[in-house]
Write a protein that binds this ligand. Sequence first.
Ligand code: SF4
Length: 393
Amino acid sequence: MATTPTQETSRLGAIIDSCREIAQDVNFAAAKQWLQENPGKKAIGCFPIYCPVELIHASGMLPVGVIGGGNQIEISFADSRFQSFVCSIVKSTLELGLTKRLEFLEGMLFHSICDPARNLASVFQRNFPTMFVDYIHFPQNFASPLARQYLATEYRRILDHLQQRSGYAPTADDLNHSIRLYNRIRSGLREIYRIRAETPHLISAAESFVLSRAGMLMAPEAFEKILDEVLAELPGRPTRPKDRIRVVLEGSFCELPPVELIETLEEAGCYILDDDFLRGSRWFTEDVPIQANPLFSLAESYSERACYSGTKHDTREVKAAHLINLVKEKKADAVVFQAAKFCEPALFDYALYRKTLDDAKIPHLLLEFEEKTWIFDRARSEVETFVESLLFD
Ligand code: SF4
């Protein structure tokens, strides 16, 4: 039955509202509901940035993005396990565990992104001895052809551990089925980002953020349907362009900024055309090929078709050049570098980005954030001043 534009718009609004609720739920109700509906199945938590979720899915388990507690929990116990100069996501993720919010998980996967993440994996092993905790070592030397072979072997090791937990040994067909499913999801997210960059009034950065985040907390099959609906509804959304500057946002690839902070940036006069929020959910720039050896295909894709990131040290490419290209490709006026406080990978990158942006005469603004923020007046006035300096230059 045909629907009126108003109904289409309200349906889109309802989807986004529901995703916002899921995205901010530190009790993981959506994942727990899946477990209730699938008796005997298990769920595995995935710390950022990129996790090979296909390995978990093909083993018959649910991958769940565990990415800190945002501004939804108080840190009461985790402070005693970490130094004060450690980023918030590490503490709030541990707090989720110490407050028993992660008891529904069979295990957690961490990755070699930085020292705090490595330490967090060890702290989890020490504090939750019955939980399956593993740590994926990604290759560091992408120039070597052995990097892909090494990573395929690392994935084999992880898969063996996962199947011990799930009781099911996935076949190559199972893995390729999961790769196809996540290819469709990544492609849907890339399409939302393309629409946002070309017509930023149709969907805001805060809206695409809650959509992507909710997708990491539910069954991928359910999220694929949501993405299809959003993509069908978006072109008809009755919204008008506003007088805003066009920016690319960089530096928030791991710890999640409060949704309200993203909204503040937008309300202060920015169209955020592209960002690196939840980078892991859009890790590949194109589909992972379907091959007879799916583990090698995933490993090769990590090396050959992954996006650039502050936590991926690829000496074959200059990260700052990627950022400049992104600014040109999106026809952005400026870059907002929004880094989590104490995030070394992001802040090290900033030094390099800053010089390259200065040399290219691209205006930029640095904002630091912490998960636990509720008042955004300072960020608002900094961004408003930045926007005015560009609009009335
Ligand atoms: S926010 Fe930065 S420092 Fe903290 S875990 Fe993530 S990448 Fe590491």
